[in-house]
Design a protein around this ligand. Structure first.
Ligand code: SIN
Length: 355
């Protein structure tokens, strides 16, 4: 067992393998059904991959797919052990665990890199910045994304790739369609200053909590609501703690897969190439899943008997967007005006070039 920096004891009250059936269906359709793991009695290299979501989310499945590819391609010489669900480390200690060499791979959400000394990653948190995943990919898969991955070196990390979770929706025990609905609500956010500002601008009180504590905080009334992509909402069983889900699609959630230079530089060039290639393919697999699952999860939440699902009217969306613009202006300095301009240019290349 790897050394523990600080075990995460916070457990949600109920988890549900809600997306499992959908995932199996999709994996079967795409010919990517899990194969038998290849195990060597004596792996020469152990890669511990810790993350905070359940194994049946897009990120959880990406990690398992990566494990399978590495086992096959190294004939069991390299073993990837995946620790999901904050079972080894949670938001509070995973960066420290990586630094101390207690794990070799993490895939934190981009919102969590600000607390690790990389506030520019919070650009992805700016509300209503992206309309769709194609826009996000023009940033993450192009020169801006490569530069951001390179900047991870500043905080002793090796950036290996970006992955999508999806767009976030708001949940609470009331609809959240207009600014007045947010007033006085305590809403859980990740440790990102942009997300804190976003909730304040909406009139709510932001409460920063680790992901692994969100379900119990909602169930006990410590917080009143949260923002999540549907895969996290369902797999954390948040529909059991919230009566209303509003389809705001107001912000993006994505991940960066990172390692530590001490580990990464100790690998042979061939092993680095094997791991990089496997990770690239696993991320492509995870991205296909996240887009498909989001569509399926939307149908699923609409069918849940106790959950009321609300849409925004164009006027309501416009009101929330106006609030978002103020957050974008306020955060130019934190994320960097130059970076924000580059991101905007990548989102709308023709407009930027033509103007
Ligand atoms: C994750 O998807 O890794 C967790 C995101 C969150 O903390 O809300």
């Amino acid at each position: 067992m790897p050394n523990r920096v600080r075990p995460n004891h916070a457990r949600p009250l109920r988890r549900r393998p809600l997306l499992h059936g959908l995932l199996v269906t999709f994996a079967g359709l795409s010919g990517l059904a899990p194969a038998r793991p290849v195990r060597s009695a004596r792996p020469e290299l152990l890669v511990r991959f810790s993350h905070v979501v359940t194994p049946d989310t897009p990120k959880g499945r990406m990690a398992l797919h990566f494990r399978q590819l590495v086992a096959q391609r190294s004939a069991g010489r390299i073993r990837v052990e995946v620790y999901p669900d904050s079972e080894l480390y949670g938001d509070e200690d995973e960066f420290e665990a990586l630094k101390l060499g207690a794990v070799e791979l993490l895939a934190p959400s981009l919102s969590k890199f600000g607390q690790a000394g990389l506030p520019e990653f919070e650009v992805f948190d700016l509300p209503f910045l992206f309309d769709d995943l194609a826009q996000v990919r023009r940033v993450t898969q192009g020169p801006v994304g490569r530069r951001l991955l390179d900047r991870l070196a500043r905080q002793q990390m090796v950036g290996l790739g970006f992955m999508d979770s999806g767009f976030k929706q708001m949940s609470a025990n009331r609809p959240l369609r207009a600014l007045a609905d947010f007033k006085g609500l305590r809403l859980r956010v990740q440790a990102s200053r942009v997300l804190v500002a976003q909730m304040r601008a909406l009139g709510a009180e932001p409460v920063v909590l680790p992901f692994g504590e969100t379900r119990s905080a909602l169930a006990s009334g410590v917080v009143d609501g949260a923002e999540n992509p549907l895969s996290n909402f369902l797999t954390q069983g948040l529909d059991g703690a919230q009566t209303d889900l509003t389809l705001t699609r107001h912000g993006y959630l994505g991940y960066a897969v990172v390692s530590h230079p001490r580990f990464w530089d100790s690998l042979s060039a061939a092993d680095q190439a094997l791991l990089r290639q496997a990770l690239t393919e696993a991320i492509e697999f995870g991205n296909r899943l996240s887009a498909e699952l989001d569509r399926q999860a939307l149908e699923q939440v609409r069918r849940l008997p106790r959950l009321r699902v609300h849409e925004l009217s164009p006027a309501q969306r416009a009101e929330l967007q106006r609030t978002a613009q103020a957050v974008q202006l306020g955060f130019e300095r934190r994320v960097g005006a130059g970076l924000l301009a580059e991101v905007r240019g990548a989102i709308a290349p023709t407009t930027a070039a033509g103007d």
